[in-house]
Design a protein around this ligand. Structure first.
Ligand code: HGY
Ligand code: MN
Ligand code: MN
Length: 420
């Protein structure tokens, strides 16, 4: 990664031309697509409001002189040409949200990337390498499971085939949603990934946890991401009358599910100790009637841990648990812990130092598209603080000063990398 080093003034000038007001206004404009009444955002991947938001960002990118392309998984690529036709530096994130999401998760990384494009234009800087801002499809994985679909299919295109029949709650398949995107943007050329691998990828994101705020530090240089496992647990019972069926003859699926949840929770904490993060976030009950004993209950398990051996042990033991209780475990998503690239991390350190901003090195508790892209090219992430560590919640908030500082550090870093 050595090569022509920019005169420090160029990276600095790019960071200096980040316009905080323009960035903050772009956050509110994007949040208007799928706005909730409580200040949050509900913008499912490839939904009508997501397509409207994509159209808005495509228009912004084109107005900044970028060419726009897409791929088979509807990722968007906003390409700013360099002086040489070299492998581009990429930055970006996702714009799909949780159902009760905030304005910043993912969106901030995309908008700060676009702000870098605008800052480079304002500063009259033409970097040696192209810079590409990416919108990765379906990172949250709430409409279509698994998460981070777009980045995973970008890194390994053969994965897409297995995703196409994933269905949302209304029975719409990913295949149909991708067709809707193609119909909405028929003129977007397909990016030739094989011909243009990325030189490096930097993702700017809110921390979504309390560490930076507790340390009173404005920037986090993210050294890696902990591992993740998602499962669906299927529990069967026999539907029967709530009033007439004696307790000792019931086969209540909910009784089984509650006992299984307790056993899995205990297992996770026994294996993972203080680093355990276990969540049982999505439940479905059939027939879901007050006066019928449940015949089927399905619940989700989201397990996170930094240690690959713990994740593998959990895999084995959750399967044993389910077998013993005659339930069915369905693995949904799995990613090992990731370590980011030392050179990109050092470039982020240098950017923070150039801004005279204190930075903390930390591991991400949340997964991100960068976990897949790290297998494609040298990758790292940069965080800004989340107030009260809150995210996946309409109350998600980061102060304007921190949002601007993160974007300035990103501009400094990607400008530097664009001339490696
Ligand atoms: O679930 C995650 O870690 C990410 O926020 N989608
Ligand atoms: Mn995110
Ligand atoms: Mn998220």
């Amino acid at each position: 990664m050595n090569g022509l080093r920019l005169s420090p003034s160029d990276a600095w000038r790019a960071s200096e031309h980040v316009d905080a007001d323009r960035l903050l206004a772009s956050v509110d404009t994007l949040a208007s697509f799928g706005a909730r009444g409580d200040g949050g955002v509900d913008r499912p991947a490839l939904s009508a409001v997501d397509l409207d938001a994509r159209r808005h960002l495509i228009d912004r990118a084109r107005a900044l002189g970028c060419t726009v392309s897409t791929d088979a998984c509807a990722n968007l690529f906003f390409h700013r040409a360099g002086t040489e036709n070299l492998a581009p530096v990429m930055t970006g994130s996702h714009i799909d949200t949780q159902p009760t999401g905030g304005k910043l998760d993912g969106c901030y990384g995309v908008l700060a990337g676009i702000e870098c494009l605008a800052a480079l234009a304002d500063a009259g800087i033409r970097t040696r390498r192209p810079l590409e801002v990416v919108v990765w499809t379906n990172e949250e994985g709430t409409r279509f499971t698994p998460g981070a679909m777009g980045s995973s299919a970008f890194v390994e295109p053969s994965r897409l085939a297995a995703y196409l029949d994933a269905t949302d709650a209304a029975g719409v398949t990913l295949r149909e949603a991708l067709d809707a995107q193609r119909r909405a943007f028929p003129d977007l050329p397909l990016r030739d990934h094989a011909a243009t691998p990325a030189h490096a990828f930097v993702e700017l994101h809110i921390e979504q946890g309390p560490l930076l705020e507790n340390a009173d530090v404005p920037l986090g240089v993210v050294t890696g991401i902990q591992g993740v496992r998602w499962y669906a647990l299927h529990c069967d019972g026999v539907a029967a009358h709530a009033g007439t069926t004696p307790m000792n003859v019931r086969r209540d699926a909910m009784t089984l599910a509650i006992a299984l949840r307790a056993e899995i929770d205990a297992l996770a904490h026994a294996l993972g100790g203080d680093d355990t993060r276990i969540t049982f976030g999505r439940w479905s009950v059939s027939p879901n009637a007050i006066n019928t004993i449940p015949s089927a209950v399905t619940f989700s398990v989201d397990f996170r841990h930094p240690d690959a051996a713990v994740l593998d042990a959990f895999d084995r033991q959750i399967a044993d648990c389910a077998l013993r209780r005659r339930a069915r475990v369905e693995p949904l998503f799995s990613h090992a812990p990731v370590r980011f690239d030392a050179t990109v991390l050092a470039t982020l350190d240098a950017a923070c130092a150039a801004l005279d901003a204190r930075a903390l090195r930390l591991t991400s508790g949340a997964f991100h598209d960068a976990m897949y892209v790290a297998r494609h090219c040298p990758t790292a992430m940069l965080f800004v603080p989340s107030r009260d560590g809150i995210s996946h919640n309409p109350a998600e908030f980061t102060g304007p000063h921190h949002l601007a500082m993160g974007a300035r550090a990103l501009a400094h870093c990607v400008t530097q990398l664009c001339n490696d």
